[in-house]
Design a protein around this ligand. Sequence first.
Ligand code: TXA
Ligand code: MG
Length: 314
Amino acid sequence: MTILLPTPKNIEGASQILQKGGVVAFATETVYGLGCDTFNLDAIEQIYALKGRPKNNPTIAHILDASWAHELTEYWNEQCDQLAKAFWPGALTLVLPKKERVPKEACGGRNTIAIRSPSHIVARQLLESFGSAISAPSANKSGYISPTTAKHVEDEFGEKLQIIDGGACEEGIESTVLSLISTPTILRPGTISEADITKIIGKVSLTNPCEQNDSPGTTALHYSPHTATILLTEKEMNELNDGDCVAITMNGAPKKAKVQIQMPVDPKEYGTQLYSSLREADAIGAKQIVIENPPSTRGWSAVLDRLNRCASNL
Ligand code: TXA
Ligand code: MG
C-alpha cells in the first residue's frame, strides 16, 4: 500500500521511516513534499537521486514552528520574528545563514538554509512525531509539474514510496521564497505576495527568477509538461482551431480543440487548480498544450511565474 491515510499509526510509521534514514512523501498546504531527515546525509542523497535533482539546487527544511529555527540558522532576529508571527504556519520560506552543524548537502552546497513551517495538519503531525527538521522538495521528478494530490506523487514514484495523503493541496502553488541574507528579496513568488510582506517588514526587492542564480530551482524550464506548451492571448485563444491540442482557457473559447479545460478567473482558485490541470492536459498526449495567459496584474504574479516557466519548453 503506497497511499496511506493520515492515521496516528501511519504518521508514526512514516516518522520511523525518516528516523531510519528513509524517504516519505506527505501533504502540505502548497504542494506534496518528498521528505527526509535534514541531518542525514544518505537520506538527503536519496532525495536528490529519486528526483534526479541537480546537486546545487537546495531544499527547504520544514519545521514545526519558529522555536525550531535555532537548530538550523545562525541567527533569528526581530524581522524573522515579525514574519513568522504574520505568516507561520504557512506558505512563506525564509532563507537565512545556516548553522555549521547543518550539512551543506542539505542546502545545495550553500552556507544558507531555507526554512518554512507548513500549516497542513499532515505535515505538522509528521513533524511533531519526528521531532526534528524534515528537508522536503516538491515530490515530483526534477523539472516536472509539482504534485497537488497523493495520486500525482504515486504516478511519478510508484508504489515503493509511502505517501501520507492529506487530500488536494489548498494552495496548489509552492511557497514564496524570501531571502533575508542581505536586503530582503523574493526569490520565488507565491501566494504570500510582495504587498503582504511589505506590510510587515517594509520594502522588499524582487528578482527576475529567470535571470538570477540565488535560487537554482527557479530557473527556466521548470514545472514543465512533457507536451510542448505555449501561452496565448484571449484573442488568439478565440481564434484557435486545432483538433490536436489541449486548450487551458479562462475567458477565451477556442473554435476547435481536442480537449478544453476551463480555469477559474480568480488567481487563488486558478493557482489551486493549475498543476492538476497541467497534469491532466499532459496525460492526454496531444501535440500541444495552449494556455490562455492571465492578466499581468499583481495578484497573478505567482501563477504567471509558473506559467512562463512551464511554457519555456519551446
Ligand atoms: O511550498 C513549498 O515550498 C514546497 C513544499 C513541499 O514545502 N517545497 C518546494 O520545494 O517547493 P522545492 O525544492 O521544489 O523548491 C525549493 C525552492 C527552490 O527554488 C530552491 O532553489 C529554493 O527553494 N531554495 C532552497 N534553499 C535555498 C537557499 N538556501 N537559497 C536560495 N534558494 C533556496
Ligand atoms: Mg520543486
